[in-house]
Design a protein around this ligand. Sequence first.
Ligand code: FMN
Length: 389
Amino acid sequence: MSNGPEPGWKRRAYSIAALRQMARSTLPRPVFDFADGGAEDERTLQRNETAFDRYDLLPRPLNGAADRDLSVTLFGRPMTMPVIIGPTGLAGLFWPEGEQAAARAAAAIGVPYCLSHGSVCPLETLAETGASPRWMQIFIYRDRTFTRELTARAQAAGYDALVLTIDNQFLGNRERDIRNGFTIPPRFTLKQAFGMATRLPWLFRMRNELGRVTFGNYVRPGEVNNIRALAGRMSSLLDPAMSWQDVEALRAQWKGPMLLKGVLHPEEARRALSSGIDGLIVSNHGGRQLDGAPASLQALPSVVEAVAGSVPILIDGGIRRGADVVKAIALGATAVLVGRPQLWGLSVAGEAGVFHMLELFRREIDRTLGLLGKSRLSDLSRDDLLERR
Ligand SMILES: Cc1cc2nc3c(=O)[nH]c(=O)nc-3n(C[C@H](O)[C@H](O)[C@H](O)COP(=O)(O)O)c2cc1C
C-alpha cells in the first residue's frame, strides 16, 4: 500500500462534486461527515448551494472574449484568480501535513491561503513553507491575553492579513458529529479503525499522524501536548460576550489588513467600516453555526450596498462551480473563499488534489466568462444576471 493517491484519480475528479464523492469513499464516515455536515437541520448548509440557482447568467456572445483575464488585486497583492483557500480547522486530519499541502497548492496557483486557528500544524510551521500571501484566522478568546499572543505570533511569522471570525462565539450544534460519536479532536479506537476496510488507504496514510492530530496553535511553549485538554480549553476559550471593543483592540494591535468573517447583516457591515476593518467576508461558516441564517449569496447584495465600495467584500459558502464564482462577483464580491472543496481535494490527493481543485475552478471561471462574452472579471455586473422570481 502507498501513501499516495489512487491511480487514475485525476481523470475521475472532473468536477468539485466528483471530488466530493471520491472523498466520501476515501474517508471514514465520521471524518467525512465532520467536514461535510452543518448545524442542526442543515437548512443553511443546503441553501448556501441552492441560492446560486436563483440567478441565471445572461450571455452576450457577440461581445467577443477571445482572451480572458481572471486576475484580481486584493490589499495591493495580485492573485491569478478570485478563489482563496478559506480557514478550515483540522485540515491535517484529511492528509498528512494537510495545511502545508494546501498552502503550497494555493501558492503554486497564485492565490492566498488562510490558516485556521484550529490547524494541526502551528502557524509558525506553516509560515516555513513560504506560501504567500498567507492569512491567519483567529477568534476572540475569553482569555484576551491569548488573543493578543496569537495575533502577535501571526505578525511575527509574517502573515499578510488577519481574519477575525465572529460567528463562532459558541460551537454550532452539529448533529452528524453527535450521531457518529465524533469528537474534536477525533478519537478512533483501533477496533473502529479496522472495521473500515474500504478506508484502509486513508488509515495507512495517516498511520503516523493520527496520534499527533491536535490543535497546533494552542500548545504554549513548554506545555504538554495533550489533545483532550486542548479541546476542552478551546471550547472554554470561546467568548459569547465579545464586542466591537474587542474588534477595535485587535485592529489597534494588528499592522496590516484585517478582515471580519461571518458578516451577514448590512448594519454590522457598516459598523465594521467605522472600526477600521479593511475587508468583509460574507459567510455563515458553511452552515455549521446558526442554522436558519440566510445563504451567504442571499445576504451579499445588501452588504455590498451598505459598504458602497469602501472595502472589498468576499464571500464563502456553497461555492462549487466557476459559474458560482462569476455570479458572486457579478453581485459585487471581489473574490470568494472555499472551505470544503479544499478538504475534498486534500482527501483525494493531498497537495495535488488541492491544486487540481483550484484548477477546476480556474477552468470553469474562464469558460463561464468566455460563454458570457466577458474578457475581465471587472466587467461583470448585475446586468449579467437574471434573477428568478
Ligand atoms: C471542517 C471545517 C472546519 C472549519 N473550520 C473553520 C475555522 O476554524 N475557522 C473559520 O473561520 N471557519 C471555519 N470553517 C468555515 C469555513 O472557513 C468556511 O466559512 C465554509 O466552509 C465555507 O463554506 P463551504 O465549505 O461551503 O465552501 C470550517 C469549515 C469546515 C468545513
